[in-house]
Design a protein around this ligand. Structure first.
Ligand code: 0RA
Length: 644
């Protein structure tokens, strides 16, 4: 390749054409579903965040337009527009059409973001039907447009500006409908990620605007701005909004070593659920890694050291365990590394081994100092951890926990479960049906070859409010654990899961929504890999069935019902039936509308964003009433379906 001479040794990059991106989009952006679609936005925003981290940009605006395109505007230096010598084309064009070109232009030693895949804006261009770039730079406004990644005409300087001062980049793109299965940007998905980015990069102001008609009609939120001077300190406050904190100020410290920045913010709460979120270069490292290990190790050591030195362990005859200390603790650990190594199944596990020690010593020093300066808080935190240790030991002593846990692993399947014939988890489906009548119908309706049914009684236990020993006493929960067959909590093993589709079949009413949330809370807190790997689904049964001259039509919404009546039935249907609940359908109807893989509509529940999910569960399931009302009001009508 002729270009190779341009690169220094060790910097040789393979220049692939954008054609490769269009052929195998998933290799570059992970997938072509809704997640991939949103990834396009993040890829562009990451470039603006890089400008911000380099100190040249403080305002980023993301707009979802009426025509379903998205634009990202920033007030950075603007993508360079001068001629790129190697290509003899404007740099703007090169950056947008040559894969991996972005990095070559900036001598930033420290490109922090770059996204999960870090592929650059040219990938967004390749996957867009159309892309328009507008750059303000060098006293002028420049425009260039592209279709399917190919330039349309030449870059133009469209006008002069009065001053050289105003600079920035705006990129608007129309995702290619022939590539993406999804075409609908979700305000809540984008808002969660942009808010998170604003927390992680203090001082950057990010605005999200929704210009679509639906957004305005629902008198909903059409514009939100995220800006947090306090950075991850405010992130922790936000996560703890509905939890009772044990000390007013969030504990915060930062450190830098070997060009690696470390930031830690934490606050202990009275709750039972802890939540620790680790980020590396703004990426939510869901699978953990060396930064998280360093944090946990130092936390356990520092707390035990302080407790022993000050005789705070009382009659506890051993040191506190990590899990005792982490009970109710909310923490955000964020590191920025010049060369992060991402490993693991979903490339969200930080691998750089040097990070562990750096975080560990930053944490030991920072938390140690905090304890010395705030002895009352230290004591309260340790007392709570001692309580947790005692509860854990009491349960263990009675051999309850161990007995129950091992009983759950070995014993026979629950009597209420109608299991399927196949033993291949890849084919097997488990319907968790609300109530005995829906459960009964589902048992008759199912295809027993691959569909199992487990009826559950109405409201299961709210796991947000109980420790594991109580949770394991609950029959409905025990039945689910044995049916799924993969254990629970730390011992949960995805390999042992008996069904790769676990389908919540609940009614389309308020109670159904509540039960679904209780189930999701349970999966999220105690079987999280199920959600992380996309094994959890919800049925979406139709609300109406319309008959006309021997034909049957199903409608998911009132609007769809009216359209069918108008268009298919000439305005006068023979019958319109409203399904109030699954229990009201006869087995045939249940099969046709909800269980038949050929016809049914399933909603796959995924965790896009662990911090947002965590916040949602603590708001929805916690004690504080006002924030819950507020949350539901803001997110209605789709509160139950918020993308987590
Ligand atoms: C290459 C070089 C420079 C800036 C950028 C790219 C840049 C890219 C994007 C993408 C969205 N917003 C952006 N802002 C800047 C540095 C240019 C210089 O040295 O002046």
């Amino acid at each position: 390749m002729s270009q190779e001479s341009e690169y220094g040794a060790g910097q040789i990059q393979v220049l692939e054409g954008l054609e490769a991106v269009r052929k195998r989009p998933a290799m570059y952006i992970g997938s072509t579903d809704s997640r991939g679609l949103h990834h396009l936005v993040y890829e562009v925003v990451d470039n603006s965040i890089d400008e911000a981290l380099a100190g040249h940009c403080d305002d980023i605006t993301v707009t979802i337009h009426e025509d379903r395109s998205v634009s990202v505007a920033d007030d950075g230096r603007g993508i360079p527009v001068d001629t790129h010598e190697e290509y003899d084309r404007p740099a703007l064009e090169v950056i947008l059409t040559v894969l991996h070109a972005g990095g070559k232009f900036d001598n930033k030693s420290y490109q922090v973001s770059g996204g999960l895949h870090g592929v650059g804006v040219s990938v967004v261009n390749a996957l867009s039907e159309r892309l328009e770039a507008e750059v303000k730079r060098d006293g002028g406004v420049y425009r260039h447009a592209f279709e399917a990644g190919e330039p349309v005409g030449d870059m133009e300087r469209v006008r002069d500006m009065e001053s050289d001062e105003e600079t920035g980049t705006e990129i608007r793109f129309w995702p290619d409908e022939s590539i993406f299965e999804a075409d609908d940007f979700s305000f809540s998905t984008l808002s969660n990620r942009l808010r998170e980015l604003a927390f992680l990069n203090s001082g950057v102001r990010i605005t999200l605007r929704d210009e679509r008609e639906e957004a305005a009609d629902a008198e909903g939120i059409v514009e939100e701005t995220y800006e947090y001077e306090g950075g991850i300190r405010e992130f922790v406050e936000y996560l703890n909004e509905t939890r009772s904190a044990m000390h007013e100020e969030v504990i915060y410290f930062e450190d830098e070593a070997q060009n690696i920045q470390v930031e830690v913010a934490m606050q202990a709460t009275e709750e039972l659920q802890g939540s620790i979120h680790a980020f590396a270069n703004n990426i939510n490292t869901r699978e953990g890694g060396t930064h998280l290990t360093g944090f946990k190790t130092a936390l356990t050591r520092t707390v035990n050291d302080y407790a022993n030195e000050n005789d705070l362990l009382g009659d506890l005859d051993e040191n506190l365990k990590g899990e005792d200390i982490r009970e109710g603790l909310t923490a955000v650990v964020s590191i920025k590394h010049p060369d992060p190594q991402f490993e693991g199944q979903t490339k969200t596990k930080l691998g750089n081994s040097e990070v562990r020690g750096i975080v560990e010593s930053a944490m030991h020093e920072g938390l140690g100092t905090y304890f010395e300066e705030n002895p009352h808080t230290a004591e309260a935190i340790i007392n709570k951890a001692v309580e947790a240790a005692k509860a854990r030991k009491a349960a263990q002593k009675a051999e309850e926990l161990t007995r129950r846990k091992s009983a759950l692993e070995s014993t026979s399947l629950p009597g209420k479960l109608a299991d399927c014939q196949t033993k291949d988890p890849g084919e097997a489906e488990l319907f968790i049906a609300e109530g005995d009548s829906a459960g009964g119908s589902a048992k008759q309706a199912r295809n027993p070859e691959f569909q199992a049914v487990l009826p559950i009684k109405g409201k299961i236990l709210n796991v947000e409010k109980h420790r594991l020993d109580r949770i394991l006493e609950n029959d409905e929960i025990r039945n689910m654990i044995t049916a799924i067959g993969a254990g629970i909590g730390d011992e949960f093993d995805l390999e042992d899961v008996r069904y790769e589709k676990i389908i919540m079949a609940t009614d389309a009413d308020v109670d159904g929504a509540h039960i679904r949330t209780l189930l999701l809370t349970f999966f999220y807190r105690h079987m999280r890999p199920l959600l992380e790997n996309g094994y959890v689904y919800a049925t979406q049964p139709p609300l109406y069935r319309i008959r006309y001259r021997g034909d049957t039509y199903d409608a998911m919404t009132e609007q769809e019902r009216d359209e069918i009546i108008e268009e298919k039935c000439n305005g006068s249907p023979s019958q319109v039936q409203r399904f109030k609940g699954l229990g009201e359908m006869n087995p045939q109807q249940l099969w046709d509308t909800t269980m038949d893989p050929e016809n049914r509509i399933l909603k796959q529940i995924t965790i896009e964003d662990a911090a947002a999910a965590d916040k949602m569960f603590s708001v929805l399931m916690g004690d504080a009433v006002e924030p819950r009302k507020q949350f539901i009001k803001e997110n209605a009508p789709e509160a139950e379906w918020i993308d987590i």
